[in-house]
Ligand binder design. Structure first.
Ligand code: GLN
Length: 502
């Protein structure tokens, strides 16, 4: 019999509801796994074991509640998502001592669904990065190879989920931060349509890009988390009121969609038009092993009856530049509040007010965050606004048009998540541009505001590390991604347990 921590979230739920195990037992199993692996992974910034066990005990006393979709389920949160009474550091010295007095809406929804929050996960400082090496509190490691990065910025969440420390986690995706670590650690990650999940209580990076989304070990598990956190929230003015447009909406039952995909993969894929953006598949630098696994996954789709359609995203070549210009501009504005007066680390002594700000901010922010703030200030400055920010905003519109065109013919698009499998620590250390280019295949979707699902499609022939395929969809059509994703997941061989933790 498998260890409890190895169950999928869906299996764990059945075990809880049938009283095969209790919330306490399940939480203890995750705590034990955490203790056995955390020295090597450093996936967590704060452990909430005591609170979690107390919560589990309370739940067990009242017994399983089937109407609460995450009853008794140990989960984790990326540490830029506020949880009342626990530190929320954003992996930054700036917020080392910040303890929010409220829950992010997504966290509140998990809790009211009965979830148990076991830890807050490591990330790149303020979610800026693709490796988790930018954390002020030390990097996380990849459970498949402890000398390699887990991806980022939700690297702690992906490492924890893939290692079995929890049955799922919430991350945030501004330019790929859910999909990239999911791919590099061999788990499933969903970046929802912009506006789908409330950003209330998510520490803002790029407000017009940020979305909270789930990471889990299977597509169905992802759907279960997503179903709980999705939906309008009056506290976030950018959250979408889909209830106002019931007639034009695609299917909105996510768990059912994923289950249908897993139950009858051929039926779910038959006749499905899947677009292959040539700019992704023909990208120079796409590693042969990633290309091979992703192409094999396409063959699986095709054999099951999907129709593969070549499509163009002509403005993809500008995506990385446009993303870094716009997201840094927004980051600069969002991080202005951390000045030592209103929020954040406060410098002890300073000669005057200006040097007080400078000293608070220089000590609170790490090098990558400072770089983004400077880049943001530059692209918004009077002399350069038209040349950079305005151009980037135009590209953003054109990219969305590219997608609308491709997605009018196809229900979804498929492409690799990243050009390669996990890379060694330090690989992009002295070359920020090389780091930015790791996001080549993910930022496009955030610029367009569309949903994307990353799922594992085997280990690379050469590296023996997980390879991720990305399905991209129409606005608010996450159900189609989950259905096709679950179908594909059924048809490709499972990855098994992460090699470096065996
Ligand atoms: N790697 C990208 C960046 O550094 C994306 C980060 C994210 O999605 N939060 O901006």
């Amino acid at each position: 019999m498998a260890e409890l921590y190895e169950l999928t979230l869906s299996q764990a739920r059945s075990a809880l509801l049938s009283r095969e195990c209790g919330a306490m037992e399940l939480t203890r199993a995750c705590c034990a796994r955490l203790r056995a692996t955390e020295d090597r992974l450093h996936a967590c910034l704060s452990l909430l074991e005591e609170e979690a066990l107390a919560q589990a005990k309370k739940l067990d006393e009242s017994g399983p509640e089937a109407h609460r979709p995450l009853w008794g389920m140990p989960l984790m949160l990326k540490d830029n998502i506020c949880l009342r009474g626990s530190p929320t550091t954003c992996a930054s010295a700036m917020l080392r001592d910040f303890v929010p007095f409220y829950d992010a809406e997504a966290a509140a929804r998990l809790k009211s669904a009965g979830a148990i929050i076991l830890a807050k996960n490591n990330l790149d400082e303020f979610a800026m990065g693709s490796t988790t090496e930018n954390s002020a509190f030390g990097r996380s490691a990849n459970p498949w190879d402890l000398g390699k990065v887990p991806g980022g910025s939700s690297g702690g969440s992906a490492a924890a989920v893939s290692a079995g420390q929890a049955f799922g986690a919430l991350g945030s995706d501004t330019g790929g931060s859910i999909r990239l670590p999911a791919a590099l650690c061999g788990c499933v990650g969903l970046k929802p349509t912009y506006g789908r999940v409330s950003r209330f209580g998510l520490v803002a990076f790029g407000s017009s890009f940020d979305q909270i989304g789930p990471l889990a070990r299977t597509v169905e598990d992802c759907a279960r988390l997503f179903e709980v956190i999705a939906g309008p929230d009056p506290k976030d003015s950018t959250s979408a009121r889909l209830d106002l447009y019931p007639e034009g909406l695609p299917e909105q039952n996510f768990v059912e969609a994923a289950q249908a995909g897993g139950r009858s993969p051929e039926e779910s894929l038959k006749g499905l038009a899947v677009g292959l953006p040539k700019e992704f598949w023909e990208q120079e630098g796409l590693s042969p092993e990633v290309a091979q696994n992703c192409r094999e996954a396409l063959q699986v789709l095709e054999r099951a009856g999907a129709e593969l359609v070549p499509v163009d995203l002509p403005h993809q070549k500008y995506a990385v530049a446009a993303y870094y210009i716009m997201s840094s501009a927004e980051a600069g504005a969002n991080l202005a509040r951390f000045d030592g007066v209103r929020y954040g680390l406060r410098a002890k002594a300073a000669a005057d007010l200006d040097s007080f700000f400078v000293s608070s901010r220089s000590r609170g922010f790490g090098p990558e965050v400072r770089r983004r703030i400077m880049l943001g200030a530059f692209v918004l400055s009077a002399g350069y606004y038209d040349a950079y920010y305005r151009k980037a905003a135009q590209i953003r519109r054109l990219l969305r048009d590219d997608f609308d065109r491709a997605l009018s013919r196809c229900r979804l698009l498929a492409a690799p998540v990243a050009t390669r499998t996990a890379w060694p620590f330090g690989f992009t250390e002295n070359d920020p541009l090389a780091a930015y280019k790791m996001d080549l295949f993910t930022v496009t979707l955030n610029l367009a505001g569309l949903p994307g699902l990353a799922l594992p499609v085997g280990l690379g022939a050469h590296s023996r590390l997980p390879v991720g395929l990305q399905l991209m969809g129409r606005p608010f059509d996450e159900a189609a991604l989950l259905r096709a994703g679950a179908a594909l997941e059924r048809l490709v061989p499972p990855l098994g347990a992460p090699a470096a933790l065996a």
